[in-house]
Design a protein around this ligand. Structure first.
Ligand code: BDR
Ligand code: CA
Length: 356
């Protein structure tokens, strides 16, 4: 199995990233760190521990990381994830095992990753990049040791010629989900993101999963139904959905409602975060179009509002991706994916979790 450390801000899609990291036989999760984001750090940490309890993996160590960005106020997303960061389910109970505090999240991440054989372990970030940027600043030797860094974040738009979300060419068009230009994780701590993408040896090992890609992974009504029943016949009462399947179903139903309310996206919400986990071990899901590589930079100037979805025209937090020439090293940004393969994988993870 592929060893990885997950750094997340547990909201609805992070919960699926935890499921994939902790219940997929192809993965060995080394530990999980948390960051502020979808909700304040106390909530994202609690949600992480509660999800691990629900899937029978309270043996996985959890460490609480940064509660705010380096040099800004923390943004949160109650419009999308509710005040708790994981609103909408009745199937979560209080964790029995709290987050550990014998050392800092940064030291726990470093110890876990550096103890793996060189070139084998991944760091996956599905929240703001504050913890990740701090980790590589404090421990620069880690860059050469890890297999890679996989990040859910950013919106490319025009950087791709066939971007499914369109460009910000006309009034009302947008590529971001927090501002017209910026995706939430990058927007939260643009300086941290810039530190990661401008670290050349790190960028050469980084895979970026932007909104352009995650909007190809919609949790449609059909997908939600299939996940709830896991191939069983809905009519047979003996085959009623298990609590763990009901939990993940309720998570998707809430997420679908907020995406419909806030973005008018009626087909189903994009399941962003598990894609960053899958990128470490399941290349068959992604289409890389000839191994393209990109130089990525983050705009750090401009207005930075944190209270709720920002609709202004500021470009702060925008990721600018420039395609590099063949043979140059840079960030990998797949363009297309086969969502069916990942849904099937998540379904198998639920089967593993319900037997625990
Ligand atoms: C990202 O922001 C968060 O709300 C989600 O969990 C995901 O990581 C999508 O922009
Ligand atoms: Ca997230």
């Amino acid at each position: 199995p592929v060893a990885l450390w997950l750094d997340c801000d547990t909201g609805h899609d992070d919960a699926f990233a935890i499921l994939l990291s902790s219940c997929c036989p192809a993965v060995r999760v080394l530990g999980i760190s948390t960051v502020y984001g979808n909700a304040p750090l106390g909530h994202t940490t609690y949600n992480t521990c509660a999800i691990l309890k629900a899937i029978g993996r309270e043996d996985v160590d959890v460490y609480a990381g940064a509660s705010k960005p380096f040099c800004r106020s923390a943004a949160h997303a109650p419009d999308i994830h509710g005040a708790s960061g994981l609103d909408g389910t009745t199937y979560l109970t209080a964790p029995s095992v709290p987050a550990k505090s014998d050392r800092t999240a940064i030291e726990a991440m470093y110890a876990a990753l550096i103890s793996q054989p060189p070139g084998t372990a991944w760091l996956v970030a599905t929240g703001a990049l504050t913890n990740a940027a701090l980790l590589f600043a404090v421990h620069p030797d880690l860059v050469n040791h890890i297999a890679g860094l996989s990040v859910m974040g950013g919106a490319i738009g025009d950087g791709f010629t066939n971007a499914p979300m369109g460009t910000v060419a006309g009034e009302g068009e947008r590529i971001g989900n927090w501002t017209p230009w910026a995706e939430f994780n990058i927007y939260c701590d643009p300086e941290a993101a810039q530190a990661v993408f401008s670290n050349e040896p790190l960028a050469a090992k980084t895979t970026l999963i932007p909104l352009d890609l995650t909007h190809q992974m919609l949790a449609t009504r059909e997908v939600r139904h299939a996940l709830l029943y896991g191939g069983r016949t809905p009519s047979a009462s003996a085959d009623a959905p298990t609590p763990v399947r009901k939990l993940f179903q309720e998570i998707l139903v809430f997420f679908a409602q907020t995406y419909a309310d806030v973005f008018g996206l009626k087909d189903g919400p994009p399941l962003h975060d598990p894609l960053a986990v899958a990128a470490c071990f399941a290349p068959e899901i992604f289409d890389d179009i000839g191994g393209e590589r990109f130089a990525v930079s983050v705009i750090t100037e401009g207005e930075h509002g944190v209270d709720t979805l920002v609709r202004g025209s500021s470009q702060c937090g925008r990721t600018v991706a420039t395609m590099l020439q063949v043979g140059q090293t840079g960030v990998r940004i797949p363009r297309k994916l086969d969502s069916r393969l990942l849904w099937e994988m998540l379904d198998r993870c639920l089967s593993v979790a319900e037997k625990r």
